[in-house]
Design a protein around this ligand. Structure first.
Ligand SMILES: Nc1nc2c(ncn2[C@@H]2O[C@H](COP(=O)(O)OP(=O)(O)OP(=O)(O)O)[C@@H](O)[C@H]2O)c(=O)[nH]1
Ligand SMILES: [Mg+2]
Length: 452
């Protein structure tokens, strides 16, 4: 493997907490020899040099050039191999002052530390065999998670849920390859590929790979969220329902038709899915409204077109107007029979009955939104991927297995089929990082923040 373009053995330093004034800041130092380097600028040099792993040493950082105090700090010491990076490392807890942090960094740079690259601590953890690539990616995913569900899923991945799944896939393939490769050593035995490779096993494995790859859309949904728009005729109760979702009196509600002009939006979480909810201007049939209202309706049209899901409200006390449901996209529309508390009759077929005033049907509505957006119900223990890289490699692996099946059907020779089997295996190896190029690694970790 080509090596990383920068030296990953040098001692590095970075601020691990956010840039900004805070009570405490955390700086991370890592790399062979970083403890003695730090001890050179520490008031209790001996204590730091002798500190056992996983202990804290209190003292003052000092600029050795001037003898001036830099900051009062606490150092958490990790001896060789036991820190996050799998190297000798120190976490420095300092005061969270921006000029103070700058001074610490300058002092340590002068002692021979270099600034860490983005994600370099996690990259080193990977290079030192502390974590595989799926766990390394999970670290980035935890930090950037936008909802509790996304956070929980990423944490699950950090605990190795994806790694274990991939490992079990690899085990299956490894056994097959072992049998096949032994046979390739004895070309004089005329054993066909079909005799050695059970089509059903390949089919099953291919199915499992595809299922895991398909969880990517769910992973994305919980991470990036979805756009949900409220739509319907004027006075259907869109703004009332919007306010119920956001749990505040955000959008103006009145019994005057055409109350909402410009669309209003808010961020919220529906059963763990980050959602941007839009309240839009009500649609009128035949009547035109004034210029401002027409512009509002035009803009609302753009919002509904872009939305992942449209909640189309019908006022249950007046019912469905002729032709009003025409032109709605059934694939992304959820029909709501609002004002169930004063409706003339039960919700027609295909409608969900709700009341924005009494809250009736609201829990079911949330459940339905969640189901429609994610398509599947995610169990707490289920492995869900949130990395395009992993998705593409799973697809590549499944495609190679499809080639294996084609080869078997066409009666291809064993060595030809083996090439595809190996490719399926390599793609899985790339997911966990056994056969990943330096370019891929650098690209992946460059998207992390500095200090992680
Ligand atoms: N009884 C009852 N009244 C409701 C319900 N939802 C809305 N209303 C009333 O219906 C009227 C219109 O509600 P809005 O929420 O402003 O309706 P809208 O769809 O936003 O209307 P526009 O902004 O004009 O398009 C108000 O008087 C609400 O109090 C409901 O579930 N039950
Ligand atoms: Mg409104």
């Amino acid at each position: 493997m080509k090596s990383i373009s920068y030296d990953t053995s040098e001692p590095i330093i970075a601020l691990a907490s956010a840039w900004g004034e805070s009570a405490v800041a955390v700086l991370r130092a890592s790399g062979h020899g970083c403890i003695p380097l730090l001890a050179d600028c520490f008031s209790r040099s001996e204590a730091l040099l002798k500190a056992p792993s996983h202990t804290m040493v209190h003292g003052v950082l000092i600029d050795p050039a001037t003898g001036d105090a830099v900051d009062e700090v606490v150092c958490a010491v990790y001896r060789d191999g036991r820190g996050y990076t799998g190297e000798e490392a120190v976490e420095i807890f300092s005061h969270g002052s921006m000029p103070g942090i700058q001074l610490i960094l300058e002092t340590l740079r002068a002692r021979g530390f270099r600034d860490a690259r983005p994600g370099e601590f996690t990259l080193r953890a990977f290079l030192n065999g502390k974590i595989d690539l799926t766990r390394a990616e999970a670290v980035g995913e935890i930090i950037s998670s936008r909802s509790r569900a996304a956070h929980a899923m990423a944490l699950h991945r950090l605990e190795g849920s994806i790694f274990r799944r991939i490992d079990s896939f690899k085990e299956g393939l490894k056994k097959l390859l072992a049998v096949v490769e032994i046979q390739l050593d004895y070309p004089e035995d005329e054993v066909s590929a079909e005799d050695l490779i059970a089509e059903d096993d390949i089919l099953q494995l291919k199915g499992e790979l595809e299922t895991l790859a398909a969880t990517f859309s769910t992973g994305r949904l919980y991470q990036e969220g979805a756009r949900v728009a409220l739509s319907g005729r004027t006075n259907a109760g869109k703004s009332s329902l919007f306010n119920l979702f956001v749990r505040e009196d955000r959008s103006i509600v009145s019994d005057i038709h055409g109350t909402t002009r410009d669309f209003v939006h808010e961020q919220l979480s529906i059963r763990g899915i980050p959602v941007t909810l839009y309240d839009t201007a009500g649609l009128r049939h035949g009547e035109t409204g004034d210029t401002v209202e027409r512009e509002g309706i035009r803009r609302s049209g753009l919002v509904t077109r872009e939305a992942d899901l449209v909640l189309y409200l019908v006022d249950g006390s007046t019912g469905v107007r002729t032709g009003e449901l025409e032109g709605l996209d059934p694939g992304k529309t959820l029909l709501l029979w609002n004002k169930a508390d004063i409706a003339n009759g039960p919700a027609p077929e295909g409608f969900l009955s709700v009341s924005a005033v009494t809250g009736e049907g609201f829990a079911l509505l949330e459940e339905e939104i969640c189901r429609r957006l994610s398509g599947v119900k995610i169990g707490a223990d289920e492995a869900v991927i949130d990395s395009l890289r992993q998705r593409d490699l799973l697809v590549r692996s499944a495609e190679s297995l499809a080639q294996v099946l084609e080869g078997l059907d066409a009666g291809m020779p064993l060595d030809a089929v083996t090439v595809d089997l190996r490719d399926a295996m390599d793609a899985l190896g790339e997911i966990t990082g056994e056969v990943t190029s330096a370019e891929v690694l650098e690209d992946m970790f460059s998207r992390f923040c500095v200090g992680k």
